[in-house]
Each structure stands twice: as C-alpha cells, then as structure tokens.
Write a new protein. Sequence first.
Length: 146
Amino acid sequence: MSDKPREVFLRLVTDICDGKLDGLADLYAEKTDVRHPMATPEVPALVSRDDLREHFGFARDLRPEFTRRVVDLVIHEGADPEVVVAEFSYEFAYPDGRTFRIPAIFVTRVRDGKIVESRDYFDPIRGARARDGIDQLVAHLMSSPA
C-alpha cells in the first residue's frame, strides 16, 4: 500500500464500499482523532485504533443488504502535504431498486502512511432516510435538549 495521503484516503473509502471492514482500523495510527461533527445522534470521538475496530465492527453488524460506491469524488490537495480534503457522495443501491446518495466531506490528515486525524461530515437526514431511520432520527431530535 502506498503511504501517500491521497492513496490512504482512497483505500479507506474503497474498502468501506467493498465491505472490507475488518482491516480498516489498520489504516489509522494507534492514537488518532476521528470525529463525525454532524452525526445525529452524536458519536464520541474515536481516539485509538481499538475505538475504530469497535466502530467498524458495529457498522459491519448493522450493514443491510445494499451495494455502495463513491460517486462525484473531488479531492483537494493543498499546501499541507499530509491533508486531503475530499468531497464525494456514497451512493447506496438496494435490491428493490431504491437508491440514495449521501453527500460527504472528509478532511483527513495522514502521517507516515496512517490516518492521524479525520473530520468526517455526512448529511444525517439523508443517512437516516437511506437506513429507513427517519422515525428514529426525529424521536432522537425531539428528546434531545436544544
């Protein structure tokens, strides 16, 4: 595997789409800082590789029957060679013909071939809709303090 930030990011999203979740935590440094600022309900910061193993294991257990792919990918590489800013959408396709696109922006810092920091922004409403979870999202919002 290349240790270039762009290549590490591409492996991350490709493996997520391909359902290769078991090795994803190994793309991250032992101590890392991964946050999902727009997650609803809130998700605590993931600050270790063990946190990420648990996170990806939980996601694997909940994975419904769908295919997923990255579409509309634009990668911005700026002055800091460790940082990759990626705009894209995850496109979900279900066996019944339904499709959903969930826009995302990742701001990822890769050092020595490992992700040391990431801010992953997803549209929580479209994400809930794709999971048939709008009722749960509304219930959470209604029960949470402002």
